[in-house]
Design a protein around this ligand. Structure first.
Ligand code: TMP
Length: 237
C-alpha cells in the first residue's frame, strides 16, 4: 500500500473505501521535534489501543472523531479528513513549554477553566505559538471557535477517564480534521504521547515526559495505563 502521509510515529494509508484511511502506529518515540528518538517494542500497538479506547469513550459522550474501529495490532481505521494545521493544547496544570516560556510556575492549576493555546502544526517551523490575530489572518477563525469548544468538552471527559485510573490530566494536545461541508471533528491520536499524565496527587510522570527527560520506561507506564483502561471497560460491561 502507498502511504498518503508518513509521520514521525504513524503512517497513514488509503483505505479500501475512498473516504477512509488506515493509520499504522509505529514502535517509535520521538521528542524535541525528532531530535531524540527510540524504537520501543510494542509501543505502536499499545498507543493505538489506548487511542481506540479513548475515542470510543468520547463517542459515548457524543464527541465525534475520525476513529471508526481498531483494524488489527497497531492499526486504526479512520474517516479520511483534511487535517487543520493548528494544534490545540489544553492545560489543567502548568508544565512543559508554558513553564519554560512564561513566569508561570510548574504545578499551577488553571481552574475552573483550563488554559487553551493554539500552535502551528509545522515541524519545520518548530510548531510556534499562534495568537488570535494570526489565526484570523490564516483564515481559521471559525474553525478555532469550533476547536476550542470541542477541546473544552474533551477535557471534561478525559479528566474523568484518567482520574478514574488514578492519574491527573496535566495537559494534552488535540488535532482536528475537516470533511464534507467543512465539518470539524477530532483527528490524530489521544495517547500518553500527546497527554501529560501525573500519578494522582504527585508530579510523577506516566507519559512521554519519561522519555523526554530520561526518567523511566514508557512501555511499562503505557502498558499500565492500557491495562487499567481495559479492566475498567470490562468491569463497566
Ligand atoms: P508543551 O508543554 O510542549 O507545549 O506540550 C503540551 C502538551 O501537548 C503535552 O502533553 C505534549 C503535547 N504535545 C504533543 O503531543 N505534540 C506536540 O508537537 C507538542 C508541541 C505538544
Amino acid at each position: 500500500m502507498e502511504p498518503i502521509i508518513e509521520g514521525k510515529v504513524k503512517t497513514v494509508y488509503q483505505g479500501v473505501e475512498e473516504d477512509q484511511v488506515l493509520i499504522h502506529y509505529h514502535d517509535r518515540v520521538t521528542a524535541g521535534n525528532g531530535k531524540k528518538e527510540d524504537y520501543p517494542v510494542g509501543k505502536g500497538e499499545i498507543n493505538c489501543d489506548i487511542s481506540c479506547i479513548i475515542f470510543e469513550k468520547l463517542a459515548d459522550e457524543g464527541i465525534e472523531s475520525h476513529y471508526i474501529q481498531r483494524a488489527g495490532p497497531g492499526l486504526m481505521r479512520c474517516r479520511k479528513v483534511e487535517i487543520i494545521p493548528i494544534e490545540v493544547v489544553v492545560r489543567n496544570i502548568a508544565a512543559g513549554s508554558i513553564v519554560r516560556n512564561t513566569t508561570i510556575p510548574e504545578g499551577k492549576r488553571f481552574a475552573p477553566e483550563p488554559l487553551i493555546e493554539c500552535f502551528l502544526k509545522d515541524d519545520e517551523k518548530d510548531d510556534p505559538l499562534l495568537n488570535d490575530a494570526r489565526i484570523m489572518a490564516m483564515g481559521y477563525n471559525g474553525q478555532k471557535f469550533m476547536m476550542m469548544s470541542i477541546a473544552r468538552k474533551v477535557n471534561v471527559v478525559l479528566k474523568e477517564i484518567f482520574s478514574s485510573i488514578d492519574l491527573d490530566l496535566v495537559d494534552f494536545k488535540l488535532e482536528f480534521g475537516a470533511y464534507d461541508n467543512r465539518r470539524i471533528i477530532l483527528a490524530d491520536e489521544i495517547s500518553p504521547d500527546s497527554c501529560r499524565l501525573w500519578k494522582k496527587g504527585t508530579t510523577e510522570s506516566m507519559d512521554k515526559d519519561l522519555f523526554r527527560k530520561d526518567e523511566g520506561d514508557i512501555i511499562e507506564a503505557y502498558k499500565e495505563i492500557l491495562e487499567k483502561l481495559n479492566t475498567q471497560n470490562t468491569e463497566s460491561k
